[in-house]
Design a protein around this ligand. Sequence first.
Ligand SMILES: [Zn+2]
Length: 158
Amino acid sequence: MEERPLWAPWRLEYVTGPKGDAGCIFCDAAADGGGEMVVHVGERTLVLMNAYPYAPGHTMVAPRRHVPSVTDLDDAESLEFMALTQRTLRAAREAFSPDGFNLGINEGKVAGAGFADHLHLHVVPRWGGDVNFMPVVAGTKVMSQALDSAREALRAAF
Ligand SMILES: [Zn+2]
């Protein structure tokens, strides 16, 4: 578990933004196949950037099927889910040279899932002392540029 809080002011938009019936970001991304935040779409699984990242290069791996739990995945989905998680880590290592990663799944709103109805695994690159530079990257404009370049670097590494 995370021991120190990350200061991520761009998440305010998400935390205070509209919730509910706005559709599913994972299904939308899988459906159009080339959405702005999409890094990779596999046969059963996709990888996309988190628009409200905890850290630069924060991505999510999700099944293409709209299911809430790891227990809903069949064997083929489970295999591709883990295979794409491995591929995401390899690509992120190449693109961002992090010192480590946080990998995590929140199941259910009570566990912190922002999109509880569609399973997703967070891949968050970490660097030694990264909480110290986090305030430096604050700000919507800076972050959207960081997102674009992070996505391009990841796509290239995939
Ligand atoms: Zn969905």
